[in-house]
Design a protein around this ligand. Structure first.
Ligand SMILES: N[C@@H](CCC(=O)N[C@@H](CS)C(=O)NCC(=O)O)C(=O)O
Length: 213
């Protein structure tokens, strides 16, 4: 059995949770309290020395880390239904749209960065939230420009890794108070995506330990 190590609020874990559900792969989830610093304890560091979730255990000799690496492994080992297009150009486009959220936005707003902003620059909670909101807004500008008019998915008709990343980005944007309705194409994809049970039921608000916002 695969074990997904996560945290209810973790957007990187969200991407993997939704993919496992979409592909119908059985897994159990273990939550680690990031707000209580449990990911810095030796037992967790043995799973992931980078002190971050998600980590996927049980499918490979060593636990897998980094949402994109986990998702690529999942795609290779469980290719149906696919989360990547069949053509090389399409795959490159989908990976680029994935990284827009997972590499260019989300890492700028995670707890370790928020803590560093406070410790090094004296940023209070409001400043930290505005910092995060800025980067989420920048990401939305790019997504809006990349999406074709009338799109219901990031890439053609298929659900792809890009959609998982955009869904996670939208959850983050909402959390930091960014108004998504100003981005019409993104909002249309959002409306369509969150009708999918795998996308909606993976939302942080439904996970063990979730605190009502
Ligand atoms: N690039 C990593 C991000 C991993 C990451 O930063 N996860 C966050 C939760 S979404 C975390 O564990 N943060 C711990 C911290 O900031 O202290 C991925 O995509 O998996």
């Amino acid at each position: 059995m695969l074990i997904l190590h996560g945290y209810w609020l973790s957007l990187a874990t969200y991407r993997v949770r939704a993919a496992l559900k979409f592909k119908g792969v059985a897994f159990e989830e273990r939550m680690h309290d990031l707000s209580g610093g449990h990911h810095h304890q030796p037992a967790f560091l043995a799973l992931n020395p980078a002190a971050a979730v998600p980590t996927l255990e049980g499918g490979t000799p060593e636990p897998l880390t980094q949402s994109l690496a986990i998702l690529e492994w999942l795609e290779e080992t469980h290719p149906t239904p696919p989360l990547l297009p069949s053509d090389a150009a399409g795959r490159a486009r989908v990976r680029a749209m994935f990284l827009l959220a997972a590499a260019d936005t989300h890492p700028l707003a995670v707890p370790r960065v928020q803590k560093r902003l406070a410790a090094q620059f004296g940023a209070d909670e409001a400043a930290g939230r505005e910092w995060a909101a800025h980067w989420y807004r920048e990401g939305l500008v790019a997504y809006e420009a990349l999406l074709p008019e009338g799109a219901t998915r990031c890439h053609g008709e298929m659900l792809s890794l890009a959609d998982l990343a955009l869904a996670s980005h939208l959850i983050g944007a909402e959390r930091f108070g960014v108004e998504v309705s100003a981005f019409a194409r993104v909002a249309a994809v959002q409306a369509s995506l969150f009708k999918l049970p795998e996308i909606e039921s993976s939302h942080p608000r439904y996970q063990a330990g979730a605190i009502a916002a």
